[in-house]
Design a protein around this ligand. Structure first.
Ligand code: PMT
Length: 397
């Protein structure tokens, strides 16, 4: 998505506030985004919101002073993709029938559909969505090659529940990514584990760690954006799973192990970003443990999931993380050998901006031939993409 030029059109619906988040996600992906608003959109969200997020002035006026009279043509020639979100019933009707009475509708008329995909994300009340005029306009647009982000069912701003709710920003982002092509991971199945595991002591307490799941979810998102089928097995986190991934929530290491074993024969790549508890209490008390002078716990070993997968490895490419607080490379190399890994992401979790519960990470990659590559501080999503790039090169041999 890096460097892609995208026009985000916003027409006048309450879902305009969600477009701001979609724009933020696109900018985070490295896209250049130009917002174009209708007059009614500006009654819902101020242009300042979009100009701040995109770093560009918002266009909304076909005849603005100090603006070339061909602004609609200049805009239409610029993008790699146009998305209108929300697309109201009125705006859809205008596009379907070639009306051009404001800047956004004129730009849409001037974009060459055969060179630049146009996505429309309808958002409206259920009755309006099922109105014959709207249905036929949408069918006409679909036939002509416009991409429709079919709205979901759910609670609407008017208080009704039904079809017409604009897709969530993450879902729109996924659709945009898919529209650009199948991606370099198309046809691959990637199994990602993420988050912590929890090992219960009694019905109210557990042993766990600080993993937020961010690293693993970023990997799942990146692989899915690049066209992979992604199976995400996650311990408890507060994150929303990325759209389009097969999501399996688990609690304990043994649950994660069972699912990883089940999917392993069908996957091409395993990336184990999860922070799995190495130990669990030998006994789990049925009732809440009561306070006493001291409490002795006996812990027993959990299965080492990655080590077990390493023993069963056939075609699969195995990537492990090594979260360390000292002697990073020594421990990481030992894990690579013992677990039969193809690549290890060595993570010094004591460094600021790295490791647990941060938006960023700083890692070193250990290759099978003894090579080490150091990465600077970067967002977990950017790291996920870099890691996928390296995996591709390693697998090509
Ligand atoms: O979730 P975040 O807040 O974003 O934090 C990210 C992270 C710090 C958790 C992540 O970057 C990371 O380093 N994950 C690995 C943490 C870990 O458990 O490392 P380890 O060195 O203990 O384990 C080595 C590898 O074996 C890991 O890939 C782990 O998933 C795997 N393992 C470990 C124990 C076990 N019983 N089974 C396993 O499969």
């Amino acid at each position: 998505m890096q460097g892609k030029k995208i026009i985000v059109g916003i027409s006048g619906g309450i879902a305009a506030y969600k477009s701001a988040e979609m724009v933020r996600l696109l900018v985070k992906e490295g896209c250049s985004v130009q917002a174009v608003m209708t007059a009614s959109a500006m009654s819902f969200v101020a242009p300042l919101t979009f100009s701040t997020l995109t770093g560009r002035p918002v266009y909304h006026d076909l005849f603005a002073e100090r603006q070339a009279s061909t602004v609609h043509i200049d805009l239409a020639r610029w993008p790699d993709l146009v998305i209108v979100a929300p697309a109201t019933a009125n705006f859809i009707a205008k596009v379907a029938h070639g009306l051009a009475d404001d800047l956004l509708s004129t730009v849409l008329l001037a974009v060459r559909l055969e060179e630049c995909p146009i996505i429309l994300a309808p958002a409206m009340n259920t009755a309006m969505f099922h109105n014959w005029a709207v249905k036929e306009n949408l069918a006409l647009l679909r036939r002509r090659g416009y991409i429709l982000a079919d709205p979901a069912s759910g609670e609407l701003a008017c208080g009704e529940v039904g079809e017409g709710r604009m897709l969530e920003p993450e879902q729109l982002l996924a659709l945009i990514v898919r529209t650009f092509g199948p991606g370099d991971y198309a046809g691959e199945t990637v199994l990602v584990t993420a988050g912590p595991t929890r090992e219960a002591l009694d019905p109210v307490r557990y042993l766990s760690n600080h993993s937020s799941g961010r690293m693993g979810y970023a990997l799942a998102r990146a692989a899915s954006q690049r066209g992979a089928r992604v199976i995400l097995i996650s311990g408890p986190t507060s994150l929303e799973p990325p759209p389009d991934v097969e999501f399996y929530p688990v609690t304990t290491a043994r649950e994660m192990f069972a699912l990883a074993l089940k999917f392993f024969p069908d996957v091409d790549i395993v990336i184990k970003a999860a922070a799995v508890a190495d130990y669990r209490p030998e006994l789990q008390a049925e009732q809440k443990i009561k306070k006493g002078e001291a409490l002795e716990l006996k812990l027993v070993r959990n299965p080492d999931i990655l080590e077990e997968l390493g023993k069963r490895k056939e075609k699969q490419f195995l990537v492990g993380f090594a979260a360390e607080t000292a002697e990073l490379l020594t421990h990481a190399r030992e894990k690579m050998e013992r677990k039969n890994l193809d690549l290890v992401v060595a993570n010094d979790v004591t460094r600021e901006g790295a490791g647990f519960n941060t938006e960023t990470n700083i890692v070193q990659l250990l290759y099978r031939d003894g090579g080490v590559e150091e990465f600077p501080l970067m967002s977990k999503l950017e790291l996920a993409h870099q890691l996928l790039d390296r995996i591709k090169v390693c697998r090509r041999g």
